[in-house]
Structures are given as C-alpha cells and as structure tokens.
Design a protein around this ligand. Structure first.
Ligand code: ATP
Length: 364
C-alpha cells in the first residue's frame, strides 16, 4: 500500500518567499493525481518535497504509513521522471535501464527479465543497444519511463515529463502513460502546467495557485463545479468567458444584464442569485456552451464577429457583445461567416456560472 498524505505542508525559500502554503492532500494507493497550475504556483516544489529532493519547512509527508519528512530520496521508494529525461548519455539504453537495479546489486538475470518486461510495454526492444543521443525525444522519454518501471517503486513522480515533446508526441505519450498506469497501477503524481494533460491523465486533478490548493476533484467536478473564478478560467479550453453583469428581478423573472446582453436565468440560478438582486456579479459561460442561432428562449444575444478561426472540425469565433469579448466554440465548420458579421448566439440552459465579484467564489 502506498497512499501519499501531505499534511499542512509548507515551503519557504529564504525568509521572504513562501512557495507552498498549508498544502493538505491525500492520494489513495494506486491513484493517479495530476497537479496543475500556472508557472510558479508551487507544483514542482510540492513534487520535489514528496521525492525528498527539497527540504520541507513544516508539515508532514507520509508514504504508505511512514512519515518520510527527513528520509533521503533513495529510501522513499519513489521513481521520478523529469522533463529533461536525465539519462546517462555515455550508457546504452539497456545500461540506463539496468542502472538502478545494478546499484541495488540485483542479479543480472533478474535485471534482464525486468528490462524485457519494461521494453515490451514501451516498445524499446529495438533500441536497447543505442545511446540516448541516437534516440528521438519521445524515445528518450520512453527510456526514462522504462527506468522507473524496472525499479518497480511504490510511487511514480512525474515532473512535466512531456514538455519537451511536440504536440503529436505529447498526445501519444499521454496515452502510453495512461496505458502503463492501467497495466501496472502505481500511485502517481504528475505535475504539469497543461490543463488538458492534467484532465486527461488524472483520476483526480489538484489545481494550485500562489502556493495554495484551489480545488481537488475529478476532471468532471473541476470542469462542472469550479471552486472559484480562477479554477473556472484555468480549466477548459478555450477558456471560460467572464462578463460583468447586473442582476435584475422583476415580476418573478430574474435576468442578468450587460450592454447588448440580457439573459433570463432558470429557477435554480434565480434562487441562487436572489441575494444579489440589483447588484453586479460575474457571469461565466464556456465557449462550448454558446451556440450559433436562437436556442432556448431568453438565452440568446447578438454579437459582432471579430475573428474567425477555422479549425476544420468546427469554427471558433471571437466576438464582441457591448464592451465584452466573447468566444464561441462549436460553430459548424461549414458555416459561412466573416469578420464584421452580426450573429445570434445563445447560451445552453443550465450551463451558466455566476461568481461573486469580490470573493470570486461561485454563487450557488
Ligand atoms: P513551473 O511550472 O514554472 O516549474 P511551478 O509551479 O512548478 O512552476 P515551482 O518550481 O514549485 O513552481 O516554484 C514555486 C515558486 O518558488 C516560484 O516562484 C519559484 O521562483 C520559487 N522557487 C523555486 N525554487 C526556488 C529556490 N531554490 N529558491 C528560491 N525560490 C525558488
């Protein structure tokens, strides 16, 4: 069993910089957790503290049931995959894979069996005699993964391992990592700044900002019920639209209004917004929940097209509504549309988000 528990984990760099703030996180045995957030949010520092590569300032880290706060990395039974692969350049792929086990004085026959198995899983058999410089980036990253697998650790730690790969390879490696986790389920923590990577890989996603956890949840939870405006804007691509609106309730009908926009909200949103009548709130609506055309009554508005991005499968529209810019996705690719056109957009019922402008917390 290798659950990981972080309790009130803090990291200060010097006296001035507080990089990780009171992080509490429980990762279940065999769970795959993705740690995501913008550059500098403290995700790598958190991972490096779990690995033992960075001292902790305060708090506790448990792996299995053991407090590992001050254990050196080699005694934590974790294997880490780095962005730059960290392979030994002068050694063959086989020797790179064997290195950790030889250090542990494992018998050569056992090492060979472990390498055979890992090479089979990762398609490395034909590359075993090559040196890392004779491999592509994707192949090198597979070797780095293989090196972790042969060690059969309790925990895999990934520090942005796909960042140096091109988009297509990244997508392929994502699938390989997912397949690997299905074949040898091992507790895994995967750090990335790419929310698509986090969402597609993680059983759960942990979103960090300025050293603090903002939300922990399954991909569906963080997408559907973001814990604040930051998470709402960070998760999902293209990003959620935010529009400053006023709330009006009259004759039993609640609407939210801005220049060029008046949306009638459904009963659930109306009751959530009751306390905000006459005040301003932030309306959030995802581009994929805005459709071209009439849609549900009370949810349509006119927009002027500013940019048309043809993606082949669909069109992405950048539009202007009053003073707000609004992105709409899911416009059929064959739609004849050009900059300057006036279009009718409509929001999907039940897909509106509202945030308090001061606290940025969801209004629900
Ligand atoms: P990135 O995606 O850019 O790697 P990150 O979320 O992984 O970002 P960390 O590497 O954890 O961020 O760094 C968190 C903060 O701590 C950053 O502001 C960084 O500048 C700072 N930091 C990291 N290492 C040190 C260090 N050795 N000394 C001082 N400050 C540091």
């Amino acid at each position: 069993m290798a659950a990981i528990t972080l309790q009130k984990l803090n990291k200060h760099y010097g006296t001035l910089f507080h990089a990780v703030k009171d992080v509490d996180l429980e990762i279940a045995d065999k769970e795959f957790v993705a740690l995501v957030g913008p550059s500098g949010c403290g995700k790598s520092t958190t991972l490096r503290m779990i690995a033992g590569l960075e001292d902790i300032t305060s708090g506790d880290i448990r792996i299995g049931n053991k407090v590992v706060n001050h254990l050196p990395p080699r005694d934590r039974d974790v294997a880490m995959v780095f962005q730059n692969y960290a392979l030994y350049q002068h050694m063959s792929v086989y020797d790179n894979l064997a290195f950790g086990l030889r250090n542990k004085k494992t018998a050569e026959a056992e090492i060979k069996a472990a390498i055979d198995r890992a090479a089979g899983m990762l398609g490395l058999h034909d590359l075993l005699q090559r040196k890392p410089r004779q491999l592509s980036g994707g192949q090198q990253q597979r070797v780095a993964l293989g090196r972790c697998i042969v060690r059969n650790p309790q925990v895999f730690l990934f520090d942005e391992p796909l960042s140096n790969l091109d988009a297509k390879l990244r997508a392929q490696m994502r699938i390989e990592i997912k397949r690997l986790h299905a074949e040898i389920p091992t507790t895994s923590v995967f750090v990335t700044h790419d929310q698509v990577e986090a969402m597609t890989l993680g059983d759960r996603v942990v979103i960090m900002r300025d050293g603090r956890i903002q939300q922990i949840g399954t991909p569906l939870q963080v997408y559907g019920k973001p814990s604040n405006k930051f998470v709402a804007g960070f998760i999902g691509a293209p990003a959620m639209n935010f529009i400053d609106v006023g709330v009006r309730s009259a004759a039993g009908v609640t609407s939210v209004e801005a220049e060029g926009l008046r949306l009638t909200v459904g009963p659930a949103d109306a009751s959530a917004l009751a306390a905000y009548s006459g005040r301003r709130v932030i309306l959030g609506v995802r581009p994929e929940h805005l459709m071209l055309g009439g849609g549900a009554p009370g949810l349509g508005f006119d927009a002027r097209v500013e940019v048309v991005e043809q993606l082949g499968s669909e069109i992405l529209l950048e539009t202007r509504v009053g003073s707000a810019s609004v992105t709409a996705a899911r416009v059929p690719a064959e739609t004849v549309i050009a900059r300057g056109d006036q279009v009718r957009l409509s929001a999907q019922a039940g897909r509106l988000h509202f945030f308090d402008p001061e606290t940025e917390l969801p209004i629900s």
